[in-house]
Design a protein around this ligand. Structure first.
Ligand SMILES: Cc1ncc(COP(=O)(O)O)c(C=O)c1O
Length: 374
């Protein structure tokens, strides 16, 4: 077939999601496997969200409210902002896409951390713009290097706080002084997909920078702490002028009726949110402590996942873990050849991870700096 595909589209490497559990089990002839690979909520969805979703099903013959009136009102009340500064998306992914469609041209550059969430690069390339990667400093976001990388062509900057896949966060005063160094016409997008999990009080809260006099956009999602990843609903908070531009490129019914209903109910489900945060914090601490034998091999995190240095090829480690029915993420494609990323699961799932980890590390003879088995 002869297709005329623009070169900047042809060059895009499609996002590779983890395989479905059923497929992994079939391939490796295993059952009862656990998935700790996609930073999902191990408790399931918020029960109040499920009830609201079920109640909404009898109205599926109707189009959803394209303006998302009630959900936007609820979000704005909770965050103490005006409803016109909220844009809903089919996941926060979609808001990244809208920003790229609305503001980027092939002449533009977009700054992003490397490694970070892959959708920034994909959406930038779809617009024909050029992604510019700013490496981490160790595992930390290097805001000085980011500010130094700004050129007259820079149109947008993505900061992920806390970052995926590292779990590292940016402090408020650092982000504020970074913003002072950024020219006024550059859109700063602060992706806070994991902000609910943050324990460090000095972590930046992008909403304080989203005051209306600067083009700052904060992305939030219902996919993680609220347990609604499968429903695809997230939002952006931004000055109403930017929201007005996104409304020009947004599909009129981009978020479904059940998703709007469930998200609105999830916002009220404080009990579920509290349970989620308690579980994630306890389980992250538990797993990291269990992995530490003499030497620390995992890294501190502010999110619902953490990195582990397995001291061997992480792809190999990943495949061996699969054979034990444990799905985690290899960080090879993120530029960390010996790191894996593990999401917090339920205690049983985490015990299964730890048991498999021990077996795989022994089989692959993974050693710490002191030459002991990890
Ligand atoms: C940093 C970051 N931003 C955004 C998203 C996308 O979230 P959503 O499900 O709302 O599209 C993810 C999902 O993993 C993420 O890690």
């Amino acid at each position: 077939m002869k297709l005329n595909v623009p070169p900047y589209i042809k060059d895009i490497k499609p996002y590779v999601p983890g395989k479905p559990i059923e497929e992994v089990e079939r391939e490796y002839k295993i059952s009862g496997s656990v998935k700790l690979a996609s930073n999902e909520n191990p408790l399931g969805p918020s029960p109040m969200a499920v009830k609201a979703l079920t109640d909404s099903l009898s109205k599926l013959n109707r189009y959803p409210d394209g303006s998302g009136y009630y959900l936007k009102k609820k979000i704005s009340k909770k965050l103490n902002i005006v409803p016109d500064s909220v844009v809903l998306g089919s996941g926060s992914d979609e808001i990244i896409g809208m920003l790229a469609r609305a503001f980027l041209t092939p002449e533009d550059e977009v700054l992003m951390i490397s490694p970070s969430f892959l959708m920034y690069e994909i959406m930038t390339r779809i617009s024909g713009a050029r992604p510019v990667f700013v490496p981490l400093n160790g595992l930390d976001i290097d805001l000085d290097a980011m500010a130094d990388a700004v050129t007259p062509s820079t149109r947008m900057i993505f900061i992920t706080n806390p970052n995926n896949p590292t779990g590292a966060m940016v402090k408020h005063d650092r982000l504020k002084s970074f913003l002072d160094r950024v020219p006024q016409d550059i859109i700063l997008v602060i992706d806070e997909a994991y902000i609910e999990f943050v324990r460090d009080k000095s972590c930046a809260n992008g909403l304080f920078l989203c005051t209306g006099d600067r083009p700052v956009v904060v992305l939030r999602t219902f996919s993680k702490a609220y347990g609604l990843a499968g429903l695809r609903i997230g939002y952006g908070v931004m000055p109403p002028e930017i929201a007005g531009i996104l409304d020009r490129v947004r599909q009129p019914f981009n978020t479904s009726l059940p998703a709007q209903a469930a998200a609105a109910a999830a916002l009220d489900d404080n009990l579920f949110l509290d349970r989620t945060l308690r579980l994630v914090h306890e389980e992250i601490d538990f797993m990291r402590a269990e992995l530490k034998r003499g030497e620390e091999i995992s890294f501190p995190t502010q999110a619902n996942f953490f990195l582990v240095d397995v001291r061997t090829d992480a792809n190999l480690f990943f495949t061996e873990m699969l054979k034990h029915g444990v799905i985690i993420r290899s960080m090879v494609s993120y530029g960390f050849p010996e790191y894996i990323r593990v999401s917090a699961g339920l205690r049983d799932e985490n015990l299964k991870f730890l048991e498999a980890f021990k077996k795989v590390a022994t089989k692959l003879q993974c050693k710490n700096n002191a030459g002991e088995n990890i």
